[in-house]
Design a protein around this ligand. Structure first.
Ligand SMILES: *[C@@H]1O[C@H](CO)[C@@H](O)[C@H](O)[C@H]1NC(C)=O
Ligand SMILES: *[C@@H]1O[C@H](CO)[C@@H](O)[C@H](O)[C@H]1NC(C)=O
Ligand SMILES: *[C@@H]1O[C@H](CO)[C@@H](O)[C@H](O)[C@H]1NC(C)=O
Ligand SMILES: *[C@@H]1O[C@H](CO)[C@@H](O)[C@H](O)[C@H]1NC(C)=O
Ligand SMILES: *[C@@H]1O[C@H](CO)[C@@H](O)[C@H](O)[C@H]1NC(C)=O
Ligand SMILES: *[C@@H]1O[C@H](CO)[C@@H](O)[C@H](O)[C@H]1NC(C)=O
Ligand SMILES: *[C@@H]1O[C@H](CO)[C@@H](O)[C@H](O)[C@H]1NC(C)=O
Ligand SMILES: *[C@@H]1O[C@H](CO)[C@@H](O)[C@H](O)[C@H]1NC(C)=O
Ligand SMILES: *[C@@H]1O[C@H](CO)[C@@H](O)[C@H](O)[C@H]1NC(C)=O
Ligand SMILES: *[C@@H]1O[C@H](CO)[C@@H](O)[C@H](O)[C@H]1NC(C)=O
Ligand SMILES: *[C@@H]1O[C@H](CO)[C@@H](O)[C@H](O)[C@H]1NC(C)=O
Ligand SMILES: *[C@@H]1O[C@H](CO)[C@@H](O)[C@H](O)[C@H]1NC(C)=O
Ligand SMILES: [Ca+2]
Length: 579
């Protein structure tokens, strides 16, 4: 202890400690979090590793502007006392001369608990020590599902809770202590702690905001919250196809999508290929009008379908006209899951999102397009409900809309306290001064934009039940602001609507809010590709909606009750409230 303090005093007095100086195992061993920083956790100081990286280039990153950074990748392992496990954490340390008293917590995506360099690198460019964890899954690249079962029928619940919220929480608490030590911060100096993540990383962000007060500001994109509903919903498009007994060639659905974008683009007052008002699109576009539209897609040699990674089977030229059956499939998908008695069970994608879950596969023996069960959805039936070590369902025989509703209910109940992540009371976080900047691509094909709008409104209803809509919304926006990103797809700018801008600098705005009190009324966004790459656009704060006047020259954020109402759904297929 004495030697550690004198060591810190020594480095503290040095005029300048360089990145080179701190990037050694012996330096790091002296600045590890003190024993007892996290009750029940013991750090293995012999596990420390350090790797220096100079002049790493960030380019075309969805969530951070371009830049060149240098950093030290510090890793160490810890164990949970009484459990013979190993959890690895990594902290990416900027040059001490560029440190800004910030720590960035990062999450993963899909079934990964971290995103490697792609998110921490942006933290470095903001002068933050930036952390990630392996969740105890064996390595930084391990996927959670590979370790979810100890054997068929036996859940590794430790893994489940580490994934649900605990792993990132532990990494946060240890990382804050480590950051203060390695940067020789004075006790009184505030260490600003941020979170950034999208999709599963967005869910992981909410898991922290809902339970803990460690984070000062969270930038959360398209979170995979309401996990049970969300994951089973990936099977809904397939069940629609099966129920209506029509398996559209991918090109036919793309033709419907293209016609939807063409019709709905100008409804926002600006003809730019971007559907900035999917709500008006829902209200005004009748997909039946696309019946008879000719379509053509060239043959492919395999390795990926029209609408994302499909089977590797070579597909023939697709040439035809849009059928009434395909339109019925598309309309039923957009309408969202209802049980067999007609009660609504879940929300769906906005019109203008690609029909990715509906992807069919070509059978080169029969020459027909047929059902291709979404593995994103099926794994939650086989592994997470049936506890079988496989991610694929061979078919959906006997599966009805009621079956999907029941699967949602079972997953919700089973994982309510680990994965579901919809706790709507954020009072403790708010009281601690925390801020959330939440956004969602309006044309998201994987997590419905309406899912985020629903959670925003659930928090409003639970936290501010008394006041009227406008008043409660304003009270909520004091610490939690939500933005729909026009044209945006799943956690990214959208190649189908290339003139739409993506909020690449949301972290800067969050920092400005947390550290200077400048709450963002609009989100700053940048066009990611196409002829207008680099162009700046501003994004309206929900529930206000964009509307261009002056032939597309002037953006207004308007209050439109009819449009607001399209984002509200009664999920009366469930007796319990679905937040
Ligand atoms: C990093 O870039 C700087 C500025 O261009 C240069 O001076 C330095 O030598 C580079 N460092 C390494 C390790 O390449
Ligand atoms: C950080 O270092 C660890 C240990 O050497 C390594 O496994 C990991 O891949 C590194 N991370 C990155 C993003 O380079
Ligand atoms: C699950 O299957 C994978 C791939 O076949 C295998 O590597 C793994 O050991 C299995 N896990 C269990 C718990 O049986
Ligand atoms: C910082 O806080 C710790 C724990 O409260 C205390 O032991 C230590 O003496 C303080 N250091 C300084 C420099 O104030
Ligand atoms: C849909 O629109 C895209 C982008 O304009 C185009 O590349 C594609 O060929 C169109 N597909 C169909 C089937 O209309
Ligand atoms: C679309 O066409 C179907 C079949 O003709 C019909 O049942 C449905 O009401 C139509 N929908 C709209 C919105 O016009
Ligand atoms: C059918 O697809 C399979 C799998 O890609 C391939 O091996 C086979 O050659 C194809 N057969 C024909 C007739 O194209
Ligand atoms: C598509 O099919 C129609 C009708 O069979 C035919 O007239 C047209 O030439 C075909 N187009 C292409 C590009 O193959
Ligand atoms: C575990 O379940 C999978 C999927 O049902 C099956 O393929 C595998 O054989 C089972 N393993 C054992 C040891 O029973
Ligand atoms: C709510 O606020 C909007 C402006 O943001 C205003 O247009 C609307 O009239 C208000 N509604 C009520 C009921 O006050
Ligand atoms: C807003 O985005 C533009 C690019 O679209 C960028 O140049 C500018 O620095 C950003 N502003 C802030 C405050 O981050
Ligand atoms: C409106 O804007 C479009 C696209 O910039 C332009 O082609 C058109 O001439 C404009 N119309 C008027 C009436 O200014
Ligand atoms: Ca438009």
């Amino acid at each position: 202890m004495l030697s550690k303090l004198s060591f810190l005093a020594a480095v503290g007095t040095a005029a300048a400690v360089s990145l080179n100086d701190v990037c050694t195992p012996s330096y790091v061993q002296n600045v590890l979090p003190a024993a007892g920083t996290y009750s029940g956790i013991t750090i293995d100081s012999s596990s420390v590793s350090t790797t220096l990286t100079s002049n790493y280039t960030i380019m075309d990153n969805t969530f951070f502007p371009d830049g060149v950074i240098s950093f030290c990748n510090v890793t160490f392992a810890y164990t949970h006392d009484g459990r013979d496990d190993v959890v690895n954490v990594a902290y990416f340390v900027p040059d001490p001369s560029t440190f800004t008293n910030r720590f960035l917590v990062t999450g993963g995506g899909g079934l990964a608990i971290n995103s490697g360099l792609s998110t921490v690198s942006g933290g470095i460019s903001l002068g933050a020590v930036s952390g990630l964890t392996d969740g105890g899954f064996g390595s930084f690249n391990a996927q959670e599902d590979a370790h979810f079962l100890l054997a068929n029928g036996t859940v590794n619940w430790e893994n489940a809770y580490m994934w649900g919220y605990q792993g990132i929480h532990e990494m946060t608490v240890l990382g804050k202590a480590f950051t203060k030590n390695i940067m020789a911060m004075q006790n009184a100096t505030k260490l600003y702690t941020y979170y950034q993540g999208c999709s599963e990383g967005g869910r992981q962000g909410w898991s922290q905001v809902q339970r803990f007060e460690e984070i000062d500001g969270a930038s959360i994109g398209a979170p995979a919250i309401r996990y049970g509903h969300q994951q089973i919903n990936h099977l809904y498009s397939n069940v629609v196809e099966q129920t209506l007994n029509y398996f559209p060639p991918p090109c036919e659905l793309t033709a419907i999508l293209n016609a939807t974008i063409a019709f709905c683009d100008p409804l926002d007052g600006k003809t730019d290929g971007v559907v900035s008002r999917t709500d008006l699109c829902k209200l005004q576009f009748n997909m039946n009008s696309t019946i008879g539209t000719p379509y053509h897609c060239a043959a492919s040699t395999g390795g990926g379908g029209m609408m994302g990674p499909g089977s590797s089977v070579a597909t023939p030229e697709q040439n035809g006209t849009v059928t009434a059956q395909a339109v019925a499939v598309a309309m039923t998908i957009i309408d969202g899951l209802h049980d067999l008695s007609g009660k609504r069970a879940y929300v769906s994608y906005q019109p203008s999102a690609t029909f990715t879950d509906a992807q069919t596969q070509y059978n080169n023996i029969t020459g027909e397009w047929e059902l291709s069960v979404s593995t994103l959805g099926s794994e939650f039936v086989t592994r997470y409900l049936e506890l079988r070590n496989t991610s694929t369902l061979p078919n959906l025989n006997g599966v009805t809309y009621d079956t999907l509703r029941d699967w949602m209910y079972e997953l919700w109940q089973t994982y309510e306290d680990s994965f579901q992540t919809t706790w709507p009371d954020l009072t403790n976080f708010q009281k601690a001064g925390g801020k959330v900047l939440h956004f969602h691509g309006e044309s998201d094909f994987s997590i419905p934009a309406a899912s985020s709008a629903r959670y925003f409104n659930s928090v409003r209803d639970i936290m501010f039940p008394g006041p009227d809509y406008n008043t409660s919304t304003t009270q909520l926006q004091d610490f939690y602001r939500f933005f729909l990103v026009p044209g945006g797809t799943h956690c990214a700018a959208n190649p189908d609507q290339p003139n739409g801008a993506w909020p690449q600098t949301s972290m800067n705005q969050l920092i400005d809010w947390v550290e200077k009190g400048n709450a963002p009324n609009m989100l700053n966004a940048t066009v990611a590709f196409g002829a207008n790459k680099g162009q700046n656009q501003q994004i309206c704060m929900y529930p206000l909606r964009p509307l261009y006047t002056g032939n597309g020259t002037t953006l207004e954020c308007v209050y439109d009750q009819t449009s607001i109402d399209t984002w509200s759904y009664t999920l009366d297929s469930f007796k319990m409230p679905v937040y």
